[in-house]
Design a protein around this ligand. Structure first.
Ligand code: ZN
Ligand code: MN
Length: 479
């Protein structure tokens, strides 16, 4: 019998907050498009004698994230210096929060693809500044300090994750939440969301956790899945070969898709944390706290539940329509102007509107279609003013022209012909022109009715009311 293992994973995520300016100076926070070292000042480049000041927007966004994660907020928190020497850290220390961070505890719930509910507890959330970027070109080391002082929230989970899949799903859920509450663009390619994973294994049923290894700087959801799977396999191979797991820091090389040992783990004491003397304590007043709390949007999981209860949506639809805030708001606004079955609005959203969003790869807000346009199109189909396929083409026409659906129907003459006399005339023509099909229909092949309706629709360029055409043809074919 093969040994089974209990896998234990904890994640540390670094989240770049989307503030206008950096954490402690007036430099622009986002310098993605800037040339190296053009977006720095004496404060963020660590010049002696410069004095930092806390960016209120960082505290506000940090507080929002604490509230979303159900964390306990420390109304007074402190900044500390984490001392280490590294070429891309010009001051020789990182300003972070050590023993009194902004948020303590909390949790995030998410659902796995198989429907299993997982709750991940949070150890703490702390505010800190980012370091610069190092690039090696041959034997030359290049330093870009643009990212020095960019505001981050580091969020540390408890070891509550038990597979690479759970870790990846947690991260997707977190990314959704960050965008939803608007504190980060959470674009992993731009390093807005970076992740370190602590991984350990132990024989199933064992009371003690195995030694953990830390994988550094994983920068995509797919990499989280692969890097953690590889590390679990490596540890199992070690144990089964009779070797001990040593506490390593490991680097994920995404280009080569391999793990590399960086160093044996340093201890916390090496950083010589002490209170940052140049910054005042961060004090959140009860008024500020209440104000931020009041402005928090409805959370995605609450909205998902509400879409199921208020609009009668299946769980699948509700999940898709609350994947991002914009889609959920579009859907809800369309429902408000549509009195019929809201599952219909959901189908049109998923099949037509989100199809276009995916095809064009642009956010919903940049498309020319408004929620009331979608509701109007569905109403036109319901009233049989147009058929379903014309309705679908109306979505594209609204996008092209920005005009109202009813206006387009009128201009292009897209309305269904429900004039019985006109349809009857065409039906007669089709029946007369196809004696072979008529004979075989009359001989018992009644499924041919669909073919006859198709011929009438073709003749009338899709504008006949298909149900009326079917009724007339059935009558005529009786003979
Ligand atoms: Zn600066
Ligand atoms: Mn950190």
């Amino acid at each position: 019998m093969t040994q089974e293992y209990e896998i234990t994973i904890g994640l540390e995520t670094h989240i770049q907050l989307n503030t206008v300016t950096k954490a402690f100076c007036g430099c622009k926070a986002d310098s993605w498009n800037d040339a190296p070292n053009t977006n720095i000042c004496p404060i963020c480049s660590g010049q002696p004698g410069s004095l930092p000041a806390v960016n209120k927007a960082m505290v506000e966004k940090g507080l929002m994230l604490c509230l979303a994660m159900n964390s306990n907020v420390n109304l007074t928190s402190y900044f500390d210096r984490k001392n280490y020497m590294y070429a891309d850290l010009p001051s020789g220390y990182q300003v972070t929060q050590d023993n009194r961070p902004i948020g303590v505890g909390g949790y995030l719930d998410f659902t796995m693809d198989d429907g299993r509910e997982v709750r991940v507890h949070i150890h703490n959330l702390h505010m800190e500044e980012d370091a610069g970027k190092t690039k090696n070109e041959g034997d030359i080391r290049l330093i870009d300090m643009n990212r020095c002082g960019v505001p981050l929230i580091e969020m540390v989970t408890m070891p509550d994750l038990h597979s690479a899949d759970e870790a990846a799903t947690y991260l997707m859920r977190l990314r959704q939440l960050l965008r939803w509450i608007g504190v980060s663009e959470a674009n992993m390619e731009r390093a807005h969301l970076r992740c370190d994973a602590n991984v350990s294994i132990a024989p199933k049923g064992s009371k003690t956790l195995g030694k953990k290894c830390e994988i550094k700087n994983i920068n995509s959801i797919e990499a989280v899945r692969t890097a953690i799977s590889f590390e679990i396999q490596r540890q199992i191979r070690e144990v089964e070969a009779g070797r001990k797991i040593e506490q390593w820091t490991i680097e994920w090389d995404n280009d080569a898709q391999v793990l590399r040992k960086m160093r044996s783990k340093e201890t916390a004491a090496d950083y010589r944390y002490f209170r940052e003397p140049n910054l005042m304590p961060v004090v959140i007043s009860p008024e500020f706290y209440e104000d931020v709390k009041r402005r928090m949007p409805e959370m995605p999981w609450a909205r998902r539940a509400r879409f199921m209860s208020d609009f009668g949506l299946p769980a699948y639809d509700a999940s898709i329509l609350t994947a991002d805030r914009e889609t959920s708001e579009f859907f809800e606004a369309a429902c408000r102007t549509y009195a019929g079955d809201h599952k219909r609005v959901s189908n049109w959203m998923m099949n037509e509107v989100l199809r276009v969003v995916n095809e064009k790869g642009v956010p919903l807000s940049e498309l020319a279609i408004r929620p009331e346009d979608l509701a109007e199109i569905i109403k036109l189909v319901d009233a049989k003013t147009v058929n379903t396929s014309t309705g679908k083409s109306l979505v594209d026409k609204v996008l092209e022209t920005g005009k109202k659906p009813a206006e387009i129907v009128k201009e292009l003459g897209l309305g269904l012909v429900s004039d019985e006399g006109a349809i009857k005339e065409v039906c007669r023509k089709i029946v007369d022109a196809n004696p072979k099909e008529v004979a075989s229909y009359r001989g018992g092949k009644e499924t041919l009715i669909g073919w006859f309706v198709g011929q009438v629709m073709k003749e009338m360029r899709g504008k006949a009311d298909p149900e009326m055409a079917k009724a007339i043809l059935t009558e005529l074919l009786k003979g």
